[in-house]
Ligand binder design. Structure first.
Ligand code: DC
Length: 222
């Protein structure tokens, strides 16, 4: 690709595999707009819980999703979802949301509502002058941007992941979430075809960012 071409970097991986910290480092290094799609699923989950909508396919769910007006606001290089004028805060990282988000994210209606919205983030980044997009989640390299210029799949041992969450002081049912996320019918978490695996169990954050950056540089120079 030529230097002035827009680059798309997809990062997938399970809970606490290091996607967020790595994508933040890469965002800053390459002037990319960062999209944390987990925050989209978390925000929709919070709004559905608030509205008393259960994690079940039914008319109430469809109506609630249809009614939501989704927009994007950019804060320090991160694309933030806005739902009916509300933008997420730390409440989307609470134990309650950690507990419920995978059940809502497994619903085809929820995934369908977010599909085009996620793809539209490319235009949001272009309109706002970014040279590329870095999007992290579970199905980015497989479903959202299968033609991404760089596809990374982050992994880490269960011990390393548990230690990270403990350090963050977060209560998270990671194994349960990974199980639901990787066994659901619609867009399950899996290693996307053609992706590069980085196992960060024994690596520092800087090392992971440096390793991932090599692939982005190679794509920019190809
Ligand atoms: O990245 P995260 O842990 O904040 O994501 C929260 C949940 O959202 C995750 O357990 C499954 C769901 N999710 C998803 O299904 N697809 C994505 N692309 C991103 C997140």
């Amino acid at each position: 690709m030529s230097k002035d071409q827009f680059i798309i970097v997809a990062i997938d991986g399970g809970a606490a595999s290091g996607k967020s910290s790595t994508s933040r480092g890469l965002r800053d290094r390459f002037c990319l707009m960062r999209v944390d799609t987990g925050s989209f699923y978390r925000s929709i989950t919070l709004k559905l819980l608030e509205a008393g909508v259960e994690a079940k396919s039914n008319a109430k769910l469809n109506q609630a999703l249809e009614k939501m007006e989704l927009k994007t606001e950019i804060e320090s290089g991160d694309a933030m979802i806005s739902i009916d004028g509300w933008t997420p805060d730390e409440s989307i990282r609470s134990e309650r949301i950690n507990h419920s988000v995978s059940d809502y994210a497994a619903l085809p209606e929820v995934r369908g509502r977010l599909l085009q919205y996620q793809r539209n983030q490319k235009e949001v980044a272009q309109e706002n002058g970014y040279s590329g997009l870095i999007m992290e989640g579970r199905d980015i390299g497989s479903v959202i941007f299968p033609d991404a210029n760089v596809k990374l799949f982050l992994d880490a041992s269960p011990e390393a992941r548990a230690l990270r969450r403990a350090k963050e002081g977060i209560v998270d049912s990671m194994e349960k979430r990974d199980r639901i996320d990787s066994t659901r019918k619609t867009a399950p978490l899996k290693r996307p075809e053609g992706s590069i695996i980085i196992d960060s169990s024994e690596m520092s954050l800087e090392e992971v960012i440096d390793e991932a950056a090599k692939y982005i540089e190679a794509a920019l120079n190809s």
